[in-house]
Design a protein around this ligand. Structure first.
Ligand SMILES: Cc1ncc(COP(=O)(O)O)c(C=O)c1O
Length: 427
């Protein structure tokens, strides 16, 4: 038998990946064959519990029956029209549902695009068209995407190093991070300084903020910070853009995380779970802002693809069911209680934090080593886990919000053991 034949299916596919896909796209060791609910099987038949959820795209779990059925139905009807060539109802219906689900009183309109980054780009275009201003204010540890504009808005070197020149008119202020000593007052003072040093508030089109910072380390924004930003926006005619790409669609326990922060945004950006696994993202906002852009100024070939829209309608129905919110709340309290328990006796852990069931552990050391060792140990035990944070030292939990108690408990036990292994490795 040749060496090639003896290699596992995963090894063979990963070797081909090495040959044909550039290293810039980071790839884990997992090679997926199928997935269902909170479980994933690899091409060699190994089963994994999925606490990564396709980075928050699977809040409803893999292969949710009504989402899959809606996709099948739409596939048989028509696949692609291009919304600017032949309009179709599923797109309009998603926009109508997003209006119903708007976290506030405003009358809204929406556009649909292919990715979170594209949606953020469009939100900035809309804010600029509506205000006639160029400035975009973003915050420390933000992640808004990898396109030319959004990499300038994102606050982590790996996503932008060597890819310049970066977009201009993007300004950064501090965001609260209590665990590392940055209070709401500190963050607001940094914004005040920004207004004196770099850009006048009258030149700012929008603030863009994640209600719970995702890639930046699952840091929930304090309600008083978000409310203060809202007041500053109102005072200076700045558009408040709420980036719910990761924290939205039920991840933090409510449809939109900002519902828990007591603020109505001007524009809300959704993505990830919205398409149930198909590429779909949206910008929803006050109708007069959305209509500030001239005819033809928004759009794209695949944006709001009918199959992705059909999936989204089923996703939004499932997320709006009272049973979903109830289960999400139960999962949130179960996870938090167990993470606190783990933190109490695991010296690697510095803080448990998050909002609702969007939870993470920040490890004490601001280096990625222990988090990497933990996710690697978890993988070896059959648990998919992701790290995040500017220092790569935060372990975030993104299990589907439909995960069964037994699976949650098993995943938490594997997490605890993996932290134990990482701690032991580090002496
Ligand atoms: C908060 C936030 N905004 C924007 C994006 C970009 O979304 P996409 O990867 O779909 O372009 C992400 C992706 O992780 C995100 O977490």
């Amino acid at each position: 038998m040749s060496v090639e034949q003896r290699a596992s299916a995963a090894e063979r596919i990963l070797a081909a990946r090495e040959r044909y896909v550039p290293r810039g796209v980071a790839t884990p060791a997992l090679v997926v064959a199928r997935a269902e609910g909170a479980r994933v099987w690899d091409v060699d038949g190994r089963e994994f519990l999925d606490f990564a959820g396709g980075i928050a795209c699977q809040n409803l779990g893999h292969g949710h029956s009504t989402v899959v059925a809606a996709i099948h139905e739409q596939v048989d009807r028509y696949l692609h029209q291009c919304f600017m060539v032949g309009t179709y109802e599923p797109y309009i219906e998603v926009c109508r549902r997003l209006d119903e689900l708007w976290p506030g009183d405003a009358e809204t309109k929406s556009i649909l695009v292919n990715s979170g980054a594209e949606a953020i780009e469009n939100a900035v275009k809309i804010a600029r068209a509506a205000t006639g201003r160029a400035g975009v204010v973003v915050f420390d540890r933000a992640f808004h995407g990898r396109t030319s504009l959004t990499m300038a808005m994102t606050a982590k070197l790996v996503y932008k190093d060597g890819f310049g020149p970066l977009a201009t008119d993007v300004y950064r202020a501090a965001a609260p991070y209590p665990f590392r000593g940055v209070s709401t007052e500190d963050a607001l003072a940094s914004l005040e300084l920004l207004f004196k040093q770099d850009v006048a508030p009258e030149s700012v089109a929008c603030f863009v903020l994640e209600p719970v910072q995702g890639e930046g380390g699952f840091i929930p924004m304090p309600p008083e910070f978000v409310q203060a930003l809202r007041r500053i926006c109102d005072e200076h005619g700045i558009v408040y853009v709420d980036d719910e790409v990761q924290a939205g669609c039920g991840r933090a326990g409510t449809m939109w995380a900002i519902e828990q922060l007591g603020v109505e945004p001007d524009l809300l950006v959704s993505g990830k779970t919205l398409g149930g696994g198909l590429p779909l993202a949206g910008v929803t906002g006050r109708a007069e802002l959305m209509d500030a852009v001239h005819v033809g100024g928004l759009g794209g070939t695949f944006g709001g693809n009918p199959v992705a829209c059909a999936a989204a309608l089923a996703v939004l129905d499932a997320l709006a069911e009272p049973g979903f919110a109830e289960r999400a709340a139960q999962i949130g309290s179960h996870l938090r209680a167990r993470l606190e328990e783990i933190a109490a006796h695991q010296p690697l852990v510095g803080e448990v934090r998050g909002l609702g069931p969007m939870l993470a552990l920040e490890l004490r050391e601001p280096t990625p080593d222990a988090a990497k060792a933990t996710t690697a140990a978890a993988f070896a035990k059959g648990l998919l886990l992701l790290a995040c944070g500017l220092d790569g030292n935060v372990i975030r939990l993104l299990p589907p919000l439909t995960t069964a108690d037994e699976e949650l408990e098993r995943g938490l036990t594997l997490l605890e053991e993996s932290l134990g292994d990482a701690g032991a490795d580090r002496g």
